[in-house]
Every structure is written in structure tokens, then in C-alpha cells.
Ligand binder design. Structure first.
Ligand SMILES: [Zn+2]
Length: 453
């Protein structure tokens, strides 16, 4: 039993297929993987042999939360364009975003990921799509920062190649050529993508959105990703303005358009999907196309309320996303569980989103969206040991009737312990491997430099 880690005494929510929950259960970990999950204390031979033991009394134990959509660099532009819809907000921010460098992005990514980690996120999906000329190795910088904190990363190599002079939304100075974007996407996959079971870094290819990339870039990205064995990601059906853009330019809705360029499939996930028709939802379900649901960002930009319950009922894979912090200054993933539950109820009624369903979206849903449902997303023997112990002993949660409601309806509990692949990433609410004051200082400096430039 060398190297055995035991967690005992917490309310363990496994998120397995049966929805098993174990009051005062145990989780045993060895070699970065879960080897046993069960009721009560661990068997005595395990207890005698354990090298590390954690007392989880008074905590809720869940799988690590999985973020399926973010723009980490936007940590540097929180608080801008506070009262705008998406298109006005983007136009206000593009010029500043066009001055980022690998150095400033690294600082922003550290701040964004520190906040994600402290809110129970073990796997970070990022969508980076602005690569100014001469800005250095931006993706390398993001990969480095995730490694420093100990988080699992799904980086995407995004792109924009449809500038304003061609009818796109971004200014010409913010875009790349189609050929450069395709080549850089392939280079990023070859540099950073790890297909192995316990990969800490994977890469997907992610042209930004229908109104910022050419049809050629979308059409050519799909076979490129499939040839390289990686997933595809983009924004879709976020706003009524995007739908109007697609109607005018392509004569069809966003889902039909993305379908026409080969972008529906079980290797594709799209952020937002607020304005899906019933027919669109049926297409997503039939093809296994995934969705990153970002309720706080959708509210901040007044984009609308995504049809979470109808998507789940149809069998669409759905995960949660914080989205970039410029449209969600909160930046915590744990609180998106509550946001998803509340907004789904506003749209479809009081029974539309029980907290356990919302937690499942945040865990197994995200794992499915990222193509990792065999590796992460639930607490089951054989899976990677990515998990969170939420402290429910403080005054906010003491005495609550249901520990899962504490997380899904109450204020976000402190993360008492978060393990990624069995290693400590957050301990007693603080980063275990990095100095948060140092990160805060770097964020402040980089944001100031960006604002001044
Ligand atoms: Zn986004």
C-alpha cells in the first residue's frame, strides 16, 4: 500500500452513474488515481498502511470542478465596459487586448487560475484567440502558469482572421491571416498536446466566433483538428446580434452555418448556445456536440438565458464555464453551479435544475464536453484523483439540511483541500504551491501596463 492517501469522514458525492452519496465515506488514492470509494471509514488494513490521511469531517467531498470555457488573459481587463452588450463590449476592448504579450498574459492567467483553483476548479479550459505580432509565446506562458499552480489545462489555440474591412467585428490590427492561424494552430498542438490518460495539458483548435473568423478558417480547421486528433471549440449562438450577423451574411442561423462547415460532432464544443431553437438542440444531441454553459457572463452581457434543462433532456453534453473575467469579474467556478441552478429555474420553473443536476453539469458534464469522461468528473476507482473538500463548518453553512445545497444554493464554501492527480493544489482556502500576494502584484502591474500602453 505504498504511497496510499486516505480521505475519511466527509459527505462524499461521487457523481457516478447511480448518483451514489456516502455520508462519512472514504476515498483512497494511490499513484494519482482513486483506488477505492466506499461508505464509512476505510478498511483497517488500508488505514494502517496509509502514508497520508486527511480528516474530512464536516466537509462535502466532490469531484474537482471542470471549467469548459474561459479567456484567462481577460483577468487584466476586469471592470471595463460594464454596461454593454457583447458587440459593444468587444469593440471597446479589442484595442487594449491587441497590446497583450506573453508576459502580461502569464500574469493574467496566473490570477485567473488562482481564483479558479480557490473555487474548486481542478481542470481549466481556456480559449485564447488574440495573438498580436511580436507578442511572444502566449500559449507557452499559459501552459507554464497552469503547471506552476498544479492545475490540469485544456488550452485552445484560438484565432481571428475576419477584420472590420472584410465585414468582421474586430479591427484589422487584431486579426491574423487565415494561413498563419492554421499553421500556428497545428504548431500549438504539436508543441503542447498530450493525448495520454492522465495528461495535464491538452490542446484544441478554436477559431473565435462566426463574426470574427472567415468561413475558410472554420472549414479548414475541422479536418486539421481531426487529422491531429484534437477537439474543436468556438463561440456559438451567444446573442441575437450574432444570429442577425449570420442571417445577413450567410442566410442561415449560427448552428446551420457551423454545421455547413463541418462543425457539429462529438469532438466539438461551443460556448454559450443561449439562442438555440428546438431543431438546433436536436442537432447538438444527435451529433454529440457539446456546450459550455456560462450563465454569469450571459447575464453580465444581457445575452439571455441558455436552455440548460432542454439541452440536458435532449442528451446534449453540457459543462460549465466561467467565461473571461472581463464579462464575469467574479471568475470563480464554484459559484457558477448556483448561477446555473438559479437561471435555469427563472427560465423553466422551480424544478428545472436541482442542485445535484447542476453539480453534475459542473463535473461529469464538463468531463464529457472535454472528452475525458473516463478520466475525470466523478469519484470512482480507476479515475484520476481530482477532488475537492468543501468546508461546511463555518457560520455560512453550519446546520444546513443538505450539504449539496450548501454548495449549489449557499455562498461558495471555502476549499479546505483540493487535490489534482492526488497532489495538494489548495489547502485551507489558499494555494498550496504559489504565493497569492505575488500573483496579485503581478496582475496589478500587468493590468496597469496594459491600460497605459
Ligand atoms: Zn467566451
Amino acid at each position: 500500500m505504498a504511497g496510499l492517501t486516505l480521505i475519511e469522514g466527509g459527505h462524499v458525492v461521487t457523481m457516478d452513474a447511480a448518483g451514489a452519496e456516502l455520508a462519512r465515506g472514504h476515498v483512497a488514492i494511490r499513484g494519482g488515481r482513486i483506488v477505492a470509494v466506499g461508505p464509512g471509514p476505510a478498511p483497517s488494513d488500508m488505514r494502517d498502511a496509509a502514508a497520508r490521511r486527511y480528516d474530512a469531517t464536516g466537509t462535502l467531498v466532490t469531484p474537482g470542478l471542470i471549467n469548459t470555457h474561459h479567456h484567462l488573459y481577460q483577468w487584466l481587463t476586469r471592470g471595463w465596459a460594464q454596461d454593454s452588450i457583447l458587440f459593444d463590449w468587444l469593440v471597446a476592448l479589442y484595442p487594449t487586448w491587441s497590446r497583450i504579450t506573453a508576459d502580461t498574459v502569464g500574469a493574467g492567467a496566473a490570477g485567473a487560475m488562482a481564483t479558479l483553483a480557490r473555487s474548486g476548479c481542478t481542470t481549466v479550459g481556456d480559449h485564447h484567440y488574440i495573438f498580436p505580432a511580436g507578442s511572444g509565446d502566449i500559449l507557452g506562458s499559459i501552459v507554464h502558469e497552469a503547471g506552476e499552480l498544479g492545475l490540469r489545462l485544456h488550452a485552445t489555440r484560438g484565432s481571428m482572421d475576419l477584420g472590420a474591412s472584410q465585414g468582421g467585428l474586430p479591427p484589422d490590427f487584431a486579426v491574423e491571416t487565415t494561413a498563419d492561424a492554421l499553421q500556428a494552430s497545428e504548431d500549438a498542438v504539436r508543441a503542447f498536446h498530450d493525448p495520454s490518460f492522465d495528461a495535464m495539458v491538452r490542446v484544441a483548435i478554436a477559431p473565435c466566433s462566426p463574426f470574427s473568423v472567415t468561413t475558410d478558417l472554420l472549414r479548414e480547421s475541422a479536418p486539421l483538428a481531426r487529422e491531429l486528433g484534437v477537439r474543436l471549440h468556438t463561440h456559438g449562438s451567444e446573442t441575437v446580434e450574432e444570429a442577425a450577423f449570420c442571417a445577413e451574411r450567410f442566410g442561415m442561423g449560427p448552428t446551420e452555418y457551423l454545421e455547413s462547415v463541418g462543425w457539429l460532432g462529438d469532438d466539438v464544443w461551443m460556448a454559450h448556445c443561449v439562442h438555440l431553437s428546438d431543431a438546433d438542440i436536436a442537432k447538438f444531441a444527435a451529433t454529440g456536440t457539446g456546450v459550455a454553459h456560462c450563465p454569469s457572463s450571459n447575464a453580465r452581457l444581457a445575452a439571455g438565458i441558455a436552455p440548460l434543462r432542454p439541452m440536458l433532456d435532449a442528451g446534449v453534453p453540457v459543462g460549465l464555464g466561467v467565461d473571461g473575467a472581463a464579462s464575469n469579474e467574479d471568475g470563480t467556478l464554484g459559484s457558477e453551479i448556483r448561477q446555473a441552478a438559479l437561471m435555469s429555474r427563472l427560465r423553466d420553473g422551480a424544478t428545472a435544475m436541482p442542485v445535484r443536476d447542476a453539480l453534475r453539469v459542473a463535473t461529469m458534464g464538463g468531463a464529457k464536453v472535454l472528452g475525458r469522461e473516463d478520466e475525470i468528473g466523478s469519484l470512482e476507482a480507476g479515475k484520476l484523483a481530482d477532488l475537492v473538500l468543501w468546508d461546511l463548518t463555518a457560520v455560512e453553512h453550519a446546520g444546513i439540511a443538505d450539504p449539496v445545497a450548501a454548495l449549489g444554493l449557499g455562498s461558495l464554501p471555502t476549499v479546505k483541500l483540493m487535490l489534482v492527480q492526488g497532489e495538494e493544489v489548495v489547502t485551507d482556502g489558499r494555494l498550496a504551491r504559489a504565493d497569492e500576494q505575488v500573483i496579485a502584484g503581478r496582475v496589478g502591474d500587468a493590468a496597469a501596463r496594459l491600460a497605459e500602453a
